[in-house]
Design a protein around this ligand. Structure first.
Ligand SMILES: Cc1cc2nc3c(=O)[nH]c(=O)nc-3n(C[C@H](O)[C@H](O)[C@H](O)COP(=O)(O)OP(=O)(O)OC[C@H]3O[C@@H](n4cnc5c(N)ncnc54)[C@H](O)[C@@H]3O)c2cc1C
Length: 398
């Protein structure tokens, strides 16, 4: 039996959230005397995803400058099957690739001798006694009083009924075409001109040049499709742009399913254990955006850890959680409502204000102004349903 190793902090999963946390610890002198372990079976050396978010010029994109992000200052959103262009200053829509992100984070970790990154899969995390957590892999058991866990599992979400669960699911193709058909000045945020088939379906298009783009067929819906259905939708979309299947090459693909739910992910947390990243509910329930939110959470978590307070007290629920819950209630009652809701919103309100709202940076009056652009009756009904579910005795929770 191998000797047990003891750490001050163990981070399970070295994906976006785990690496952001490990790297923030590597850069902060407070943690230079702490022993820190990251565990992940994956070597994190593939360009397996691209992350987008909107950042205010300079300030918010700055932590990612070294990754050479791609920026767009305009976004497109469809309205009645045509793309409407929106300028988004003071924001820029920003894309960073996973491979350089993983490489940069790992470089920071390896420059910090107190941090180890091991390629092992965690099979179990258990509280032993007096807050001592045992993190087991096939190789051995590691001990720590502070464990951060980014392993995500859909199962508990799907086993409950109180909180609707949608998925943001998609397949994206990075295409290179022999014709200049893309407008590289504009990131197409949501193009609902594709057949909706009773769901919320849209195309997401990120052109990096007139001949290169990420084309992603995306749904906000309860269940995933067969791979060929996403692919057919992308082919049809490219065909409408004037590209036959011989006119482009698919250089890379990405696929994903991000949970969209107000499920209380935090309920598994306790004084010595904190779920982080998507597993911790850091994916915005109404949009699936996670990357920038994880960055903000880590920025708050680092000073919080220095206070020595119990980990589960870190989580705070805000009013945006309630807004998201109402929207998700509407979309799960009638999944075809995404197109009119999102198109209507971008038609009636300015894109920078909507992005500010989605980034949870607005104040209450701005939120009322935004919400007054939504279909009143549907949202009022959903509001009362959510209230009844939350505050009436459980026999009424249907
Ligand atoms: C293709 C794709 C594109 C996305 N694009 C965007 C985007 O544009 N903008 C945005 O904001 N969000 C996006 N997301 C959502 C979200 O930002 C990402 O999923 C992000 O990677 C989530 O970070 P995470 O750390 O929670 O999970 P992950 O990055 O998935 O990290 C979890 C880690 O846990 C590891 N792990 C799993 N099991 C074990 C185990 N047993 N033991 C130890 N480790 C384990 C995994 O190997 C993985 O490295 C995208 C997601 C995908 C899949």
């Amino acid at each position: 039996m191998k000797e047990t190793e003891v750490y001050d902090y163990i981070i399970v999963g070295a994906g976006a959230a785990g690496l952001m946390l490990g790297s923030a610890m590597a850069l902060d002198p407070y943690f230079s005397s702490k022993k820190i372990l990251l565990l992940d079976p994956d070597p994190k050396d593939k360009n397996d995803r691209s992350w987008c978010f909107w950042s205010k010029e300079e300030k918010e994109a700055e932590p990612w400058q070294a990754l050479q992000p791609h920026y767009w200052s305009h976004i497109g959103v469809s309205y009645q099957n045509h793309i409407v262009d929106h300028t988004i200053a003071p924001y820029r829509y920003t894309l960073v690739e996973a491979a350089p992100f993983y490489a940069l984070m790992k470089k920071r970790l390896s420059a910090a001798p107190q941090i180890s990154l091991k390629q092992e899969a965690v099979s179990q995390v258990q509280e032993r006694s007096l807050g001592l957590m045992a993190v087991s892999t096939e190789a051995r058991t590691y001990l720590s009083r502070q464990v951060f866990d980014s392993r995500f599992n859909y199962k508990p979400l799907l086993q409950q009924q109180q909180y609707p669960v949608l998925q943001q699911h998609f397949i994206g193709w990075f295409v290179k075409s022999n014709k200049a058909v893309f407008n590289s000045q504009q990131a197409v945020f949501m193009d609902f001109s594709v057949p909706q088939k009773g769901n919320t379906r849209f195309m997401y298009l990120l052109p990096s040049s007139p001949t290169e783009a990420l084309v992603e067929y995306t749904l906000f819906s309860p269940t995933r499709l067969q791979t060929k259905e996403y692919e057919k939708a992308i082919e049809d979309y490219l065909s409408n742009l004037g590209l036959g299947t011989n006119d482009y090459e698919v250089q890379r693909t990405e696929t994903g399913s991000i949970p969209m739910s107000c499920y209380p992910f935090e309920q598994e947390n306790h004084a010595h254990y904190l779920k982080i990243g998507t597993a911790g509910g850091w994916s915005k329930p109404s949009t699936g955006y996670t990357f920038q939110n994880s960055h903000k959470k880590i920025q708050a978590l680092i000073p919080y850890l220095k206070t020595g307070k119990p980990l589960h007290k870190f989580h705070k629920r805000n009013r945006f959680w309630w807004y998201d819950r109402i929207l998700l209630r509407v979309l799960s009652q009638d999944n075809s409502q995404g197109k009119p809701i999102f198109e209507g919103l971008f038609k009636k309100r300015s894109a920078p204000l909507i992005l500010k709202f989605l980034a949870e940076d607005t104040h209450f009056l701005q939120e009322l102004y935004i919400m007054s652009a939504a279909p009143l009756w549907r949202f009022t009904k959903a509001f009362f349903r959510v209230m009844a579910q939350s505050f009436l005795p459980s026999r009424n929770k249907k």
